[in-house]
Design a protein around this ligand. Structure first.
Ligand SMILES: *Cc1c(COP(=O)(O)O)cnc(C)c1O
Length: 406
């Protein structure tokens, strides 16, 4: 029986994942999302939520969701173009577009869908997409669905991007598309240089700002604002599922024509349900809160700096970067995973990332700092890394041991 063979095959594959420390077990959280969560009946400090400003359970966001539910009901039972467009969807799109100072916006159920439905309707065989090799899976999949010529450039390598633009010279439209914040490494795309090259080669620039919107930039408009190029970016995709309340909902902001075309041709929009109105209401409240959150953004930056300085002083190797994403590098998947277990027992909730989420041999614990963390909680995390590192022989212990013998 073929199904039986498949089951046996998968059983072996799963055993192999476990043997190599690559198996992803899901831990269960027994409380709402917050800086402190309950796991196994114990309170632990959470360092792996995309809750950068602490809005995921902000009382005003929760209130807005309740009000949205009362005013607009639970579900639309429809896609947008049949009977799934309520006034609140239009208001939400208008608010998102205005937030980024662009003409229009289109909502999707998720940013995975926004990226999945972006390229295929806009570009054909005559065109080219230039994509950073470390782009998010949803961009890679979206590009796969599109018939345009695909040119993958080396991560943030402007010479390679230029070479690929040369290669694309005969194409009708050229679109450069990149994550604005690379979520596994915490670095930013070189957007000013990318925009310069786009000008030179007459290319369209699109970014996925999922890990930038709300907390980066002086007013929270994301990585493009942080790098002073917001008005030079043609297309921005993003999510309500991270800083903006953390539930779900994705969007694309662009020119009125691009948005109108996507509403007519984007398959993940046309053939998938409307975003539940309560999520629109909460997302709109979160956008409003971003405007009055300069202090939260400042706190998020100060917390990130405190954690970086602290972990480096204990001998841990971090990837550098200007974002609240702080990758602590271990290399070996099994060690990273043991370290995460050890840290959990010390009250610090972190997750180890290994292949295929990051390249082979680059296993890490990715810390994500929130404005909701207190400096004391950051210090507890640093102390726990030191303790766990000593137990497992990683971090400062190794370097001081080396120092002792030399
Ligand atoms: C999280 C993320 C997505 C997916 O967003 P969802 O709204 O959760 O589907 C897409 N792109 C990037 C860069 C992300 O970090």
């Amino acid at each position: 029986m073929p199904s039986k063979t498949l089951t046996l095959h998968l059983r072996e594959q799963l055993a192999e994942l476990k043997a190599n420390g690559l198996y992803k077990a899901e831990r269960q959280i027994e409380s709402p999302q917050s800086a402190v969560i309950t796991v196994n009946g114990r309170e632990v400090i959470n360092f792996c939520a995309n809750n950068y400003l602490g809005l995921s359970n902000h009382p005003e966001v929760v209130r807005a969701a309740h009000d949205g539910l009362d005013a607009w009901g639970y579900g639309t039972s429809s896609v947008r173009f049949i009977c799934g467009t309520q006034s609140i969807h239009k208001q939400c799109e208008k608010q998102i577009a205005e937030f980024f100072r662009k003409p229009d916006a289109i909502l999707y159920i998720s940013c995975f869908d926004a990226n999945g439905g972006l390229f295929e309707p806009l570009l054909t065989e005559q065109d080219a997409i230039l994509s950073d090799e470390l782009n998010h899976a949803s961009i890679i999949d979206g590009v796969r669905l599109c018939k345009a010529k695909r040119l993958r450039y080396k991560h943030n390598d402007m010479a390679d991007l230029k070479a690929k633009l040369e290669e694309a010279k005969g194409c009708r439209f050229k679109m450069i598309f990149t994550d604005s914040v690379f979520s596994m490494d915490g670095d930013l795309a070189k957007l000013p240089e990318i925009c310069d090259l786009a000008d030179e080669y007459d290319a369209i620039v699109g970014i996925d700002d999922c890990h930038g919107t709300g907390h980066l930039g002086a007013t929270g408009r994301g990585a493009a604002e942080e790098l002073s190029v917001l008005d030079r970016i043609d297309i921005i995709t993003g999510t309500l599922g991270k800083t903006l309340g953390g539930a779900s909902g994705g969007f694309t902001v662009a020119s009125a024509e691009i948005v109108d075309w996507l509403k007519n041709r984007s398959r993940t929009y046309l053939f998938s349900n409307a975003v539940p109105p309560a999520l629109c209401a909460a997302g709109m409240k979160a956008l409003e809160l971003v405007d009055t959150s300069a202090e939260l953004r400042e706190r998020s930056r100060a917390n990130a700096k405190r954690l970086r300085v602290g972990l480096e002083s204990k001998g841990f190797t971090l990837k550098p970067g200007p974002t609240p994403i702080i990758p602590v590098m271990f290399g070996d998947a099994a060690i990273a995973s043991k370290m995460a277990e050890e840290l959990l027992s010390l009250g610090i909730y972190v997750i180890a990332f290994s292949f295929p989420v990051v390249p082979q041999g680059q296993a890490r614990i990715r810390m994500q700092v929130s404005a909701a963390h207190t400096p004391e909680q950051i210090d507890l995390a640093i102390a726990a890394f030191e303790t766990a590192g000593q137990k497992l022989g990683v971090g400062g212990v190794l370097s001081s041991a080396r120092g002792a013998v030399s």
